[in-house]
Write a protein that binds this ligand. Structure first.
Ligand code: AIR
Length: 293
């Protein structure tokens, strides 16, 4: 299905993030997520451009969200529009990041002195308050409910979904020789045609917010290559996309720039299950106005 989309200069920017720009979507209740090549770490202190990262993350996230939707985890992803953009449902963002850890790495090691690579026999769920000015501080269930960021039912649903995502992605990545070390999820609210509330997975799932290690060598194939100056950042992202079968062998970035023609020729990814979801916002579109789908 092709979507009318205004790629001209007049399209309204709703939010300018560190790695993505959010534009107004083609119909009410939708947004366009544009994946930039910008990479930042340590709350934006370290930054660089990594040619092709946006294209790879757009594709990887579209694929993983579609897979999750197919096992009954509702996501905001509707379909990819082009190599850098995807159409998503507009959600009421819940300002909480949910992190799941299977293997110790990153801030867990720093905070608790655990050795990197330690297998966590009981995977750990952590919460962070989404607030750049404060550097996304760690919080617990009481902060989330007490400050009204989410109610107890919503929180339970988010944690339940995070466990399911962890189980599913662990298996999916194991099948292509990768260890899912940890990842971060974001959620939002959506109201159905009868006013019922859905909690949907939002944001993206990509090597920008998952730690992925090669199962045999433990080589890091994620954003830690950038954070820790390990080099070959784009090659690592390409490795993940290639193993998922999303780009041809040899990659789409050559000599520091993306092969636009090759990238544009990759098929678009569509989340058919999500497209069928009946929602209040979309149904509010006046019937006499031609739908641009
Ligand atoms: N994450 C957390 N905030 C932003 C991101 N991308 C992700 C990291 C890592 C996991 O959450 O990419 O996969 C845990 O991060 P950390 O820094 O708390 O160890």
């Amino acid at each position: 299905m092709k979507t009318w989309i205004n790629t001209g200069a007049k399209r309204k920017v709703l939010y300018e993030g560190k790695a993505k720009t959010i534009y107004e979507g083609p119909e009410p209740g939708t947004l366009v997520q544009y994946f930039k090549d910008d990479a930042t770490a340590f709350n934006g202190e370290k930054r660089d451009l990594i040619a092709g990262k946006g294209v790879l993350n757009n594709r990887i996230s579209a694929h993983l969200m579609t897979k999750l939707e197919a096992i009954g985890i509702p996501t905001h992803f509707m379909r990819s529009l082009n190599m850098r953009e995807q159409l998503v449902r507009q959600l009421e963002i819940i300002p909480v990041e949910v992190v799941v850890r299977n293997i110790a790495a990153g801030s867990l090691c720093k905070r608790l002195g655990v050795k990197e690579g330690t297998i966590l026999t009981h995977p750990i769920v952590e919460f962070y308050y989404k607030k750049d000015e404060l550097g996304d501080p760690m919080v617990n269930e009481h902060h989330i409910v007490g400050f009204g960021w989410a109610d107890p039912y919503e929180l339970e649903e988010m944690v339940h979904m995070a466990w399911r995502v962890n189980d599913y992605l662990n298996g999916l990545f194991a099948g292509i020789g990768l260890r899912l070390v940890d990842f971060k999820l974001e959620f939002g609210r959506l109201y159905g045609e009868y006013g019922e509330l859905y909690i949907l997975l939002g944001d993206e799932i990509s090597p920008d917010n998952c730690r992925l290690w090669d199962a045999k060598t433990n080589e890091k194939l994620d954003k830690d290559r950038f954070r820790q100056d390990l080099g070959n950042v784009i090659e690592a992202y390409e490795q993940v996309a290639e193993r998922l079968g999303l780009i041809p062998k040899g990659g789409i970035v050559q000599g520091g720039s993306i092969n636009e023609q090759l990238a544009a020729s990759l098929g678009e990814i569509e989340n058919e299950v999500a497209e069928q979801r009946r929602l209040r916002e979309v149904n509010k579109t006046p019937p006499n106005k031609p739908r641009k789908v």
